[in-house]
Design a protein around this ligand. Structure first.
Ligand SMILES: CC(C)(COP(=O)(O)OP(=O)(O)OC[C@H]1O[C@@H](n2cnc3c(N)ncnc32)[C@H](O)[C@@H]1OP(=O)(O)O)[C@@H](O)C(=O)NCCC(=O)NCCS
Length: 243
């Protein structure tokens, strides 16, 4: 059995009449979990109101990622795999999000992607994304990564909120993978960015306005939920000593 990283009690069906306590364990995943991973992906997709926010992958894609030690973490309950997150190490040659946020070329080999996160709908609201990503960011730092990057859809409020809570900031907004509009977020793992809130708030649906702010050197650092819209706060950043 793969080593245990963390365990505890969470809520199943949180906030509904069916709410109950459930035991969970967080463990590293390996090839033996590939089928469960595919089944979880299917449940996630079936339950998405907007399928554009979540990219699906083949079992071969996961197999390659799972071969890298500690790159995949899963949470388990009695039902089996209920959540997963994946790291990807793009190297200098691949589609490196570090290039999208203008990191120096020499740093691209030190970039890790937070490639995927998914929590089974029955177990949402337990901060599993945050819990597992905290573990993974520490793993990546210990592996010698200086920079963590990830992509999030402007429509994906919950994932965006969780990335901001880890200190990620929006550094670019562009179409990726052919047709998907994505924020590209970055966190310097050695020396966190300090955002000076010269604050300008703008609707997350205002794509042109946000691109304009990014081009002027503003970076997105917070999300504000209004009754019928999401706004992103943009500010200037004090560059860290180590870019
Ligand atoms: C993004 C995601 C991983 C977050 O799950 P999580 O870690 O359980 O989220 P949190 O615990 O931070 O949830 C915070 C609040 O948002 C709610 N929430 C989280 N995800 C939600 C969703 N997709 N739809 C509606 N509400 C959601 C939670 O119920 C919780 O509400 P509460 O504070 O009233 O209890 C999860 O929504 C998910 O798997 N989404 C689909 C896949 C996806 O978008 N992945 C990211 C792109 S790769």
């Amino acid at each position: 059995m793969v080593s245990l990283i963390k365990a505890g009690i969470i809520k199943k069906n949180k906030g509904s009449p069916l709410e109950e306590d459930a035991c969970y364990e967080i463990r590293y995943l390996d090839e033996g979990h590939l089928n469960e991973m595919m089944a979880l992906q299917e449940v996630i997709v079936q339950n998405l109101a907007d399928k554009e926010i979540f990219r699906t992958h083949s079992i071969d894609y996961f197999r390659v990622l799972f071969m890298v030690e500690n790159a995949a973490i899963g949470a388990f309950a009695d039902e089996g795999l209920i959540a997963c997150i994946l790291l990807q190490f793009p190297g200098k040659a691949g589609d490196n999000f570090g290039a999208d946020v203008n990191l120096p070329k020499d740093d691209l080999s030190k970039v890790v992607h937070l490639a995927k996160v998914a929590v089974h709908p029955a177990f949402r609201g337990n901060s599993l994304q945050r819990k597992m990503q905290s573990i993974h960011l520490e793993v990546a730092r210990k592996m010698g990564c200086y920079h963590a990057c990830c992509m999030v859809s402007p429509k994906n409020r919950h994932s965006l909120e969780n990335m901001f809570s880890h200190g990620f900031i929006i550094k670019a907004l562009k179409v990726k993978f052919g047709s998907r509009l994505r924020y590209i977020l970055h966190k310097n793992l050695l020396c966190p960015n300090i955002v000076v809130p010269d604050e300008i708030r703008i609707a997350s649906s205002n794509i042109g306005g946000q691109v304009c702010l990014l081009n002027r050197g503003f970076l997105g650092f917070r999300l504000v939920q209004l009754c019928d819209d999401l706004e992103i706060s943009y500010g200037r950043v004090h560059a860290p000593m180590i870019q």
